[in-house]
Write a protein that binds this ligand. Structure first.
Ligand SMILES: Cc1cc2nc3c(=O)[nH]c(=O)nc-3n(C[C@H](O)[C@H](O)[C@H](O)COP(=O)(O)OP(=O)(O)OC[C@H]3O[C@@H](n4cnc5c(N)ncnc54)[C@H](O)[C@@H]3O)c2cc1C
Length: 426
């Protein structure tokens, strides 16, 4: 593995996108494996995985990118990144489409937790955690949802009590993707029970594996168990772990949710590698691969379905470009991220249905000597997750109606009521 040298710089002192692309084109085949050459189980574990070895592999790949000079493309140089633009990242993503990448680290480490620390963390937190993640040394997760309520994030009841220089955490978090394989978590906890619900929260950047944290894995309908529930029993967290202000956790969480909607919708500039929809029309297009394997490549109906899936991918791409440009130029409010989040939820669900239709009965069972199409059935079972993870599509619709279209706000009985007077338990 060799780090290539920067050949061309533009007037701003930044390497041009074309030069960066050419360097990537040379470096990628020499240092990364082609997806087509991966064993089937490794291919299946690229995006979601219950397996520790897949996470270890992702860390090694991240280190490879770092040493090759292609990690943290849009992160500032002072925090270990390259300080380049979304156009550089897009060029890299196009070049790396058919190659193995540490996809498990994109969500939430690089696209949600990293940008939140960048925006809201202390200088020390940025220097330590962003650089470690970019080197492949640190995996970050989100401890937001609670067993008592998912969408009502500000109603969380995990408590953090100050004791001198430390906080002591008690409570439980749930649906934390990949927590068992992570090092640090952004954890929202209640520090003031006298304040109304949005004003009594604090965000902590806490160690995942430490005394008092018990992690249980949750078995899902698709057979995976990367979801976790954590139980906190007098977990001691230093005051330096507070992100932003004590009592200002909702501002941090709001920023985190903004990055989450962007990430899930496909608009994050920190996503490195080709998303499934970005692979449409390439040799690794999963649907074309599927109809070839099931012998339906010439079936006109199958071709129509593939065209529909392709159209959804194209529209998604244009929507992402339009909304991200709108937010960048402030023609659209930050809440516009909900538009791409909503479209992604709807279209990814439809894509799973299309794959099922294309596979037919082979999605449920396949002959030992026939094509392996089990992943289609498994994805279909898990399709609703696309409408929930990263904030549900119902909440995205609420945000669009209230914050973009200016419709009346949803009634909330607990608004401005001290949290210790709010009735809990549904
Ligand atoms: C794949 C995946 C990954 C996830 N990863 C993480 C993670 O890493 N960390 C983490 O903390 N959480 C994670 N979650 C949890 C996720 O953020 C929550 O599932 C989500 O916020 C919805 O909460 P809930 O499922 O508990 O549903 P609930 O909040 O109980 O809601 C149930 C349904 O009612 C709807 N609803 C609720 N309130 C309203 C309202 N006011 N208006 C309209 N509709 C409403 C919801 O949209 C939903 O459809 C993940 C979830 C999934 C599916």
């Amino acid at each position: 593995m060799t780090a290539t040298t920067t050949a061309v710089s533009d007037a701003t002192g930044m390497e041009s996108v074309d030069s960066f692309r050419l360097r990537a084109r040379e470096w990628i085949p020499a240092n990364l494996r082609r997806l087509a050459d991966l064993p089937a189980d490794e291919r299946a574990q690229r995006n979601v995985s219950s397996d520790q070895s897949a996470w270890q592999r992702a860390r090694v790949l991240q280190r490879t990118l770092y040493e090759g000079g292609f990690a943290g493309i849009c992160y500032p140089e002072e925090y270990g990144g390259l300080g380049l633009t979304p156009a550089h990242q897009r060029a890299f993503n196009e070049e790396v489409t058919d190659y193995e990448m540490p996809m498990l680290l994109n969500v939430p480490t690089f696209t949600i937790c990293g940008p939140t620390i960048l925006d809201m963390g202390s200088e020390e937190q940025r220097r330590e955690h962003l650089a470690a993640a970019i080197r492949g040394d640190e995996v970050l997760v989100q401890f937001l949802s609670e067993p008592g309520g998912g969408s009502d994030l500000a109603g969380g009841t995990t408590r953090a009590e100050r004791d001198g220089d430390v906080f002591v955490l008690n409570g439980s978090k749930i649906w934390s993707s990949g927590a068992y394989a992570a090092d640090y978590a952004l954890c929202l906890a209640r520090t003031d029970w006298d304040a109304p619900k949005h004003r009594g929260l604090t965000m902590f950047l806490m160690k995942v594996h430490q005394p008092g944290v018990h992690i249980e894995r949750i078995k899902q309908v698709n057979g995976g168990d990367e979801f976790c529930q954590e139980f906190f029993d007098d977990v001691v967290v230093p005051a330096s772990a507070v992100v932003g202000e004590v009592g200002g956790g909702w501002a941090v969480a709001s920023r985190q949710l903004f990055h989450e909607r962007n990430a899930v919708g496909g608009g994050s500039p920190y996503f490195s590698g080709a998303r499934a929809e970005g692979r449409r029309g390439t040799e690794t297009d999963p649907l074309i691969d599927l109809v070839r394997r099931t012998g339906r490549a010439d079936d006109p109906y199958a071709r129509e379905l593939i065209a529909e899936a392709h159209a959804l991918g194209v529209i998604h791409g244009h929507l992402v470009d339009r909304v991200t440009a709108g937010m960048r130029t402030q023609k659209m409010p930050p809440a516009a991220g909900s538009l791409i989040r909503l479209f992604h939820g709807e279209s990814a669900t439809r894509q799973a249905e299309i794959a099922l239709e294309l596979a037919g009965p082979a999605a449920a069972m396949s002959a030992p000597d026939g094509p392996d199409t089990r992943e289609v059935g498994v994805s279909f079972l898990f399709r609703q997750a696309e409408q929930l993870g990263g904030g549900s599509t119902e909440m995205a619709r609420n945000i669009i109606s209230e914050r973009i279209l200016g419709m009346p706000r949803e009634y909330a009985a607990d608004r401005d009521v001290p949290f210790n007077q709010v009735r809990h338990g549904r």
